[in-house]
Structures are given as structure tokens and as C-alpha cells.
Design a protein around this ligand. Structure first.
Ligand code: PHE
Length: 344
């Protein structure tokens, strides 16, 4: 670097003062202000550089320039303070400049998952009939999922539902029926409750079955609850949910926790009972299982089967959601791909 002389330092101070006027005018944003600060006031900035070059002045000149440079530094600091307050004022006034005539910004709206839509419809039908809604844990114990429901430890019916075990006694519930047990333990009859929720089965995954799906359980316990009331309720539900023009049939069935038990088929709502690929040409779709609550189950929860009787039913909702929307792969319901979900 060239030797600093009184003359050269003078010129440098003068040049910097001129430059500052332009730089001050050019600052309009917060970022400009910051680069102004770095250029002039930081430790490696231009003002510091002048202080540095003063060191090589001849001794007698130093005090004079020390004073000049201190003044320069003060005035740059004052300029910077002015810049800062100017920017603050500008941003405050933009904030208050609201154009009320601008059209509103529309937020991207989500859509309701087809399973939730189906579930909401089922809920509203049963709520209108006087049912409450309850839920229970998805991680269950053997007692609630099987034993209290009259599945004895070596009962072959345990094999009807392939179970995911967490440990010997803890499992992912294979159906919503354990919530029947929890509800009856908490509440004395009359009980009239539906219990929707997610269930898990260790099944081979394919377009038609998945390791998790949803059920709605129904339970009605009171004095003199009859099998014909069960059938009447199921028919009333099916006509509201699937359409008043459907045909239905009841088939005898077996569940350890109901006796007698039935399964309900409704005429295929796609081919109207004529026979198609979905109903495997039978014209009917199997939609639910049901029956009268087994006296052993009532005893297990401390309800006297001599005094009370009840019915229970359980239905899967995912397959119905698929059929209603013409979706051909159950796995789509669980992947949460927005390109799929956005269509509903
Ligand atoms: N829990 C049975 C199933 O998952 C359905 C059912 C519920 C049957 C209630 C009868 C009564 O297959």
C-alpha cells in the first residue's frame, strides 16, 4: 500500500463523504441497510480502513486526523441511524396500507376421506335411531378381544381372524367387538351404542384385502330385546344407507359372542342384483354379521341374562366405500396419496 500522506488521507475522507451521500440515498430495504453497515461501519469497513491508514502518518499529523476521522465516524453512524429509522417507518406504513378491494386469497381446501364420508353417513343413520357413539383402544388384550367375547383359549374360532400379537396377551384388535365389552362394563342397560374404529388382521395384502380396515359395531341391551328387532333395525339401516329399492337376505351364521347369529346380504347396488364381477355373479353382497348377545358374554360383564337380552352387529366400511366410489383397490384408501384423495 502506498505511503499515507496528509494529502492522500484528506482526499480519501472527502471521497468517502461524497460516496456516503449516494449510498444513503440508495438504501431502501433492510438488506441494503445491512450492506451499508458492513461497507462503512464494520470492523473491515471503509471507516476502519481510514483509521488504519492514519497509523502511518507522520507523528504531528496524527492528532489532527484522529479528530477528523472521529467526526467522520460519528456522522456515518448518524447516517446509519437515520437509514434504520427510515426503513422502519416505511415497513410500518406498508403494513397499514391494506387494500380492502383485493379479492381474498382462497386457501386450498382438503377433502373428506371416502372412508370417513361413509362412516359419517352410517353414524348419522344410527344416531337418528337413538344410538350413542363410543370408541375403544386399537391395542387390546386377549381378554377383551377374545375371552370375554366367549372365545375359549382353544376355541377354533380364534383362527377365523388372523391376529397381530404384540405379546402373548396383547394384540391389535381384530374387530370392534371388544368395545362391546368395555361399553357394557362401564354402563348399565339400557345400552344403545355404535362403536366405529380401525381393526387389524394379518391377511395377505391384495387389491381386495388389507392388514387394517374399519368396522362399525352396534350394540343394544335392554329388557326384552328381540331377534326381530335386530332384523328390523338392520333392514331400516340398509334401506337408508344402500337405497330403499334394495333386496336383502339373512343367512344363519356363527360367532362365538352371539347366538343365534346371522349374516346379512344386500342386492348388489352396482348391478341391481343382476350379477356382475363385483358380486361374483351372485347378485348379492355380504355386508354384516350380527346376532343376539350370547348369555355368556352378558355374564362376563355382570349383566344378568335372565333379566336382559341384547343384539349386536358388526360391519366393515372400507369395502362399501370402495364400491360406492368405484375404486378398485383397497390399498388406495391407506396410502394417503393426495392425487387420489383430492378426487373426493
Ligand atoms: N366381530 C364380527 C367380525 O368381525 C362381526 C360381528 C359383530 C358379528 C357383532 C356379530 C355381532 O366378523
Amino acid at each position: 500500500m502506498a505511503q499515507t500522506t496528509a494529502q492522500s488521507l484528506h482526499t480519501a475522507i472527502h471521497t468517502l463523504r461524497e460516496e456516503l451521500a449516494g449510498a444513503f440515498a440508495a438504501v431502501t430495504t433492510q438488506a441494503d441497510a445491512e450492506s451499508f453497515r458492513i461497507t462503512y461501519l464494520s470492523r473491515n469497513g471503509k471507516v476502519a480502513a481510514l483509521f488504519e491508514s492514519m497509523k502511518s502518518l507522520p507523528g504531528p499529523d496524527k492528532p489532527v486526523f484522529g479528530k477528523l476521522l472521529n467526526e467522520l465516524k460519528k456522522s456515518v453512524e448518524a447516517t446509519f441511524a437515520e437509514i434504520a429509522s427510515r426503513i422502519e417507518a416505511a415497513s410500518a406504513s406498508t403494513a397499514s396500507r391494506v387494500d380492502l378491494t383485493l379479492p381474498g386469497r382462497t386457501l386450498p381446501l382438503g377433502s373428506i376421506h371416502p372412508v370417513t364420508q361413509t362412516l359419517n353417513e352410517i353414524k348419522s343413520i344410527f344416531v337418528a335411531m337413538g344410538f350413542d357413539i363410543a370408541d375403544g383402544p386399537e391395542i387390546e388384550d386377549d381378554y377383551h378381544n377374545f375371552e370375554a367375547l366367549n372365545f375359549h383359549p382353544h376355541h377354533p374360532a380364534r383362527d377365523m381372524q388372523d391376529t397381530f400379537f404384540v405379546s402373548k396377551d396383547v394384540l391389535l384388535r381384530t374387530h370392534t367387538s371388544p368395545v362391546q365389552i368395555r361399553t357394557m362394563k362401564k354402563q348399565k342397560p339400557p345400552i344403545r351404542t355404535i362403536m366405529p374404529g380401525r381393526v387389524y388382521r394379518n391377511e395377505a395384502i391384495s387389491a381386495r384385502s388389507y392388514c387394517t380396515f374399519h368396522q362399525v359395531e352396534g350394540l343394544y341391551v335392554d329388557k326384552n330385546v328381540s331377534f326381530s328387532e335386530l332384523k328390523g333395525t338392520l333392514v331400516a339401516f340398509a334401506k337408508q344407507f344402500y337405497g330403499s329399492d334394495i333386496n336383502y337376505k339373512f343367512r344363519p351364521s356363527y360367532f362365538p359372542f352371539t347366538e343365534p347369529s346371522l349374516e346379512m346380504d344386500i342386492s348388489c347396488f352396482l348391478c341391481k342384483g343382476k350379477g356382475c364381477r363385483i358380486c361374483k355373479q351372485s347378485g348379492f353382497l355380504e355386508v354384516l354379521g350380527a346376532g343376539m348377545v350370547h348369555p355368556n358374554v352378558l355374564r362376563n360383564v355382570g349383566i344378568d341374562p335372565e333379566e336382559y337380552s341384547g343384539y349386536a352387529f358388526g360391519m366393515g366400511i372400507d369395502r362399501t366405500a370402495l364400491l360406492r366410489h368405484g375404486i378398485n383397490d383397497i390399498r388406495l384408501l391407506f396410502e394417503n396419496d393426495v392425487r387420489f384423495l383430492r378426487q373426493f
